[in-house]
Ligand binder design. Structure first.
Ligand code: GLN
Length: 188
């Protein structure tokens, strides 16, 4: 099993460390050739606008979109979820647009409004989660399952091979959400 972590900007290293702790090979993705042979890819948190600019410049936009449409399992956390989302309610662009949710960018406010909370995840119980200028999921399409909630709002969603979280699971010691994603990669 080999997992790629998009590494053009943001919290890539923390995801690479998380998979290392789980005993899974994980490689940074910086150019199209890095997509070869992956069983799954993580789109980390960071700044979605900067990530999009940098991944486009690296020539990753089209090959990564094609891989996502072909069913490469992908886990978008925070900015990564914004890159996957079909609609961004408060932003004129959309990026890959493959996950049928509408997100609102920066819904939890500024960097200083970051917080840690426990989210409820189906089958896992309570999982610690860090929210940093997190998006909110404002609409969930009919093919999208809500797997996790916080304060009654969806924070972890799945649509087939795509998993999206508004929070950062890689900034806690609890790796069960990463394991959940690895389960999706094994089946795929
Ligand atoms: N606010 C960032 C964005 O819009 C996301 C923040 C994060 O990934 N922690 O891209």
């Amino acid at each position: 099993m080999k997992i790629g972590v998009l590494a053009v900007q943001g919290a890539a290293r923390e995801h690479l460390v998380a998979f290392g702790r789980l005993g899974v090979a994980a490689v940074p993705v910086l150019r199209p050739a890095d997509l070869a042979g992956l069983d799954g890819i993580v789109l980390p948190g960071g700044e979605s606008t900067a990530q999009w600019r940098l991944l486009s410049r690296a020539g990753l936009g089209e090959p990564l979109r094609a891989a996502l449409l072909e069913g490469l399992p992908a886990f978008g956390t925070c900015a990564g979820l914004i890159l996957l989302a079909r609609e961004i309610t408060n932003w004129p662009e959309r990026y890959f647009g493959v996950l049928d949710v509408a997100v609102e960018r920066n819904a939890t406010g500024r960097q200083v409004d970051s917080f840690e909370a426990r989210v409820r995840v189906d089958g896992l119980g309570e999982v610690p989660a860090v929210f940093i200028r997190a998006p909110a999921i404002r609409r969930v399409g009919p093919g999208v399952e809500v797997l996790g909630t916080h304060a009654g709002e969806p924070v972890l969603v799945r649509q087939g091979s795509l998993l999206g979280a508004t929070f950062h699971p890689e900034l806690t010691e609890d790796l069960r959400v990463h394991e959940l994603f690895l389960g999706m990669c094994r089946k795929g």
